[in-house]
Design a protein around this ligand. Structure first.
Ligand code: EPU
Length: 418
């Protein structure tokens, strides 16, 4: 297993290019199951989760060849309909094959994902929505069994907005008979990108990006070519890297139009963020950040996927910040590790009270999930001495070549075999 060593205290300077978004790429990969033929996906990030999704697609009988950042996907007239536990347990997003398999093959058998490090994360809304579309669903031996001859359009209101739940239903309803209206739908940019991808394939979806989405079902979809937009969470993470090291980074291909809430919050902390063009942003900081309070929310609120990274920054702020996590019930696993580096953070229910300290000290720490790993890297970049981050496979799931990108910015970071 690899570990990452960082010798902190170096301000980062230079340019970094933001990669395609993992959470946009995964549903678009799943959507290929809806149409027979050759699909092309460009600007695909090279990440462990994308590789895992490729393994799943291949198990379903789909051909996938990746060359550089472009995937060519070959879908035959029929595919298998089973997503096994072995794969789903390593990546929850595998559940995204449920909607498309059911819609095109008339059946799907997909392992229940189970809990994970950030919460219990049920998929009840995915299942209720598919039932509303006419699917017969049963749960047996840890698997979801779903069947339907042809899904029927309906009106369905989510109890809570769910990103992958909305995506699963968008895909399923695209091939349903008649009109589907999804209420209280997730508004995340990744949902919009999936809807645009489906529309390029011949779907008729309106309203994505709002909480009411209308889908007029069609009889078949056709393969298409897609470009994956840059990753707003990766971009936010590099913004914090500039801020926490008091450096200056130019972010290229930065999707700042989807980043209003994190940009506003970072500016409140005193970070300078200049939008130089559509996709170029300059981020710089000097001195300790100001303390701020933040509450995570579904889009367009402050993203839960940026909470851990902001906490690393706020652990060095002047004053006390309160971070409230409302999306996942257990997303403070990084707190204990940051505390081992000298941070003063106390968790009280869904809130973390962060009393800023003037310095962090390098320590051996353990990554528990993807964004927790990112926060430890950020803390390590600012800390005095050496930080040793174990279990970095979490990081490889969602950050493309992070140590290479950070090295180019001047960080003293290396990956070594444990
Ligand atoms: N929820 C339910 N029932 C459901 C679905 C969700 O109770 O059927 C709850 C969840 O437990 C959670 C809340 O609803 O408390 C929101 O979860 P959501 O379904 O929106 O999350 P997700 O679709 O599983 C995606 C991203 C996550 C990101 C969340 C929130 C992908 C592949 N994953 O997960 O990304 O944190 O939305 O924005 O798109 C990450 O990239 O590190 C990551 C975890």
């Amino acid at each position: 297993m690899d570990k990452i060593l960082i010798e902190g205290g170096v301000p980062l300077y230079g340019e970094v290019r933001i990669s395609g978004a993992k959470n946009a790429a995964l549903p678009i990969l799943a959507s290929t199951l809806l149409a027979q033929g050759t699909h092309k996906i460009r600007n695909l990030p090279r990440l462990r989760d994308i590789e895992t999704f490729g393994v799943l697609l291949r198990q379903l009988g789909v051909g996938m060849e990746v060359c550089g950042d472009t995937a060519r996907i070959e879908v035959g007239p029929r595919t298998d309909h089973r997503a096994p536990y072995d794969l789903v347990r390593t990546m929850r997003a595998s559940v995204l094959v449920l909607g498309p398999l059911l819609a095109r093959m008339g059946r799907a058998v997909v392992s229940l994902p189970g809990g994970c490090a950030i919460g219990s994360r049920p998929i009840d809304q995915h299942l209720k929505g598919l039932e509303a579309l006419g699917a017969r669903i049963s749960l047996r031996h840890g698997y979801v069994y779903a069947r339907a001859s042809r899904l029927q359009g309906t009106t369905f209101c989510f109890d809570i907005p769910t990103v992958t739940g909305t995506e699963n239903l968008l895909m399923a309803a695209s091939l349903a008979k008649g009109r589907t209206v999804l209420q209280n739908a997730a508004c995340e940019p990744e949902v919009v990108q999936l809807a645009e991808a489906l529309n390029r394939m011949g779907a008729r979806i309106h309203g994505a990006g709002t909480d009411v989405i209308t889908i007029d079902g069609v009889d078949y979809l056709e393969p298409a070519e897609h470009w994956i937009e840059a990753d707003r969470i990766e971009a936010g993470t590099y913004m914090v890297a500039a801020a926490i090291t008091c450096g200056e980074i130019l972010l290229r291909d930065c999707p700042h139009r989807f980043m209003e809430a994190p940009i506003r919050k970072l500016r409140e902390c005193g970070v300078q963020i200049e939008l130089e063009s559509d996709a170029t942003v300059r981020v710089s900081a000097s001195g300790r950040p100001k303390a701020v309070d933040v509450t995570t929310q579904p889009y367009p609120g402050f993203p839960t996927d940026m909470q851990a990274q902001l906490m690393a920054l706020l652990s060095l702020a002047r004053g006390t910040s309160v971070i409230r996590e409302t999306v996942f019930e257990n997303r403070f696993m990084h707190v204990g590790e940051l505390v081992r580096m000298g941070a003063r953070i106390e968790v009280q229910g869904a809130s973390a009270v962060v009393k800023g300290v003037s310095r962090l000290a390098g320590a051996p720490v353990m990554a528990t999930d993807l964004r927790a790993s990112a926060s430890l890297i950020l803390a390590g970049l600012a800390a005095e001495g050496v930080t040793e981050i174990l279990r970095v496979y979490h990081l490889d799931r969602g950050y493309e070549r992070i140590e290479e990108k950070l090295s180019r910015l001047g960080a003293r970071i290396q990956r070594v075999k444990e």
